[in-house]
Design a binder for this molecule. Structure first.
Ligand code: TXA
Ligand code: MG
Length: 312
């Protein structure tokens, strides 16, 4: 008897081989996946997401051996891969010449963002393919990323298939580190903290704003944004605001409050962030007031997303 598992892998593989798009779960957020070697598949992804073509995509692989076929590997990449993969870390590395990766995926850059996701379904799917999958977050460009099957159902008429992987464990996108220059730079903070990275490799720092614009075209724009406003570090709630609270003493007076973590746990807050932002994104409110989130550990990552969501 053919198992259910085999059926979904087979169906997704056929669709991807046909340059169609499949939404797959990862441990961070759901991704909108297509064949990284196919211009046609990648055009479909940009079009469904309404994503600016200058914003490159991350390629997802099953193994380091696969990755080495496409990029110039180095010692730092090896150390990070051994300590963090499969998992929520993306490495930027120089592309090999004639790698076959579509120019549309890299937006014409000479580097490629690579990652080995940990979600078992993503791994099962990648193992069945003989090409990598580019997969940006499965949301409309600029809006809140999807962390559950319910958040991606709206795309069922745009893609060949949606793979249900339940809720994403991490709930925030992967940490991105640029290994293509002598100075190693974190372009996007994520679940894997700068401290964890510094335990593995020396000489790594956070990107400064000016450099970031050049190195990671997608990272400066307003992003992760609800359709209503966001007001950060709120100390009071205005009459037309919903409240995104944090910790045991939520502000009083909001007609709707969701608490990222009543115990003040940053991990729990990261996990809940996008789900709660989506739930409060309701036109009956003018904006979402967000309480202060401590800027430590994964709080840095949460604040990075909140600041960009609140950008005018
Ligand atoms: O957790 C994740 O990374 C999720 C899951 C689905 O894997 N993916 C994700 O992809 O967040 P996306 O497209 O939403 O964000 C990728 C970011 C963009 O800001 C893009 O500018 C940056 O990675 N990026 C991609 N390729 C790059 C490159 N070669 N150099 C610098 N930045 C790059
Ligand atoms: Mg995204």
């Amino acid at each position: 008897m053919v198992s259910v598992t085999k059926n979904w892998v087979h169906k997704a593989k056929k669709a991807l081989e046909n340059d169609d798009i499949v939404i797959m779960p990862t441990e961070t957020v759901y991704g909108m996946a297509g064949n990284a070697l196919s211009d046609s598949a990648i055009q479909k992804i940009y079009s469904i997401k309404n994503r600016p073509s200058h914003n490159p995509l991350i390629a997802h692989f099953h193994s380091v051996e696969n990755i080495k076929q496409y990029v110039l590997w180095n010692e730092n990449a090896e150390k990070l891969a051994q300590s963090c993969w499969p998992g929520p870390l993306t490495l930027i590395l120089p592309l090999k010449e004639n790698s076959g990766i579509s120019n549309l995926a890299t937006a014409g850059l000479y580097t490629l963002a690579v990652r080995m996701p940990a979600h078992p379904k993503a791994r099962q799917l990648l193992a069945a393919l003989d090409f990598p999958l580019v997969a940006p977050s499965a949301n409309l460009s600029g809006t809140i990323s999807p962390t559950s099957y319910e958040h991606v159902k709206c795309f069922e008429n745009n893609v060949a298939m949606i793979i249900d992987g339940g809720k994403c464990n991490e709930g925030l996108e992967s940490t991105i580190i640029d290994l293509s220059h002598e100075q190693l730079v974190i372009l996007r903070p994520g679940t894997i903290s700068i401290g964890q990275l510094q335990n593995v490799i020396l000489n790594v720092k956070m990107a400064d704003h000016a450099n970031q614009a050049i190195k990671s075209p997608g990272l400066l724009e307003k992003h992760y944004a609800p359709s209503i406003g966001m007001r950060l570090n709120a100390e009071t709630v205005l009459s037309n605001e919903a409240l995104l609270a944090f910790g045991p003493s939520p502000l009083k007076g909001a007609s709707k409050t969701l608490n990222l973590s009543i115990d003040g746990q940053l991990d729990e807050a990261a996990h809940n962030l996008y789900k709660m932002m989506r739930a409060l994104d309701d036109p009956q409110f003018q904006s979402i007031a967000v309480m202060n989130i401590p800027n430590e550990g994964i709080g840095v990552d949460i604040n990075n997303r909140l600041k960009r969501a609140a950008k005018e």
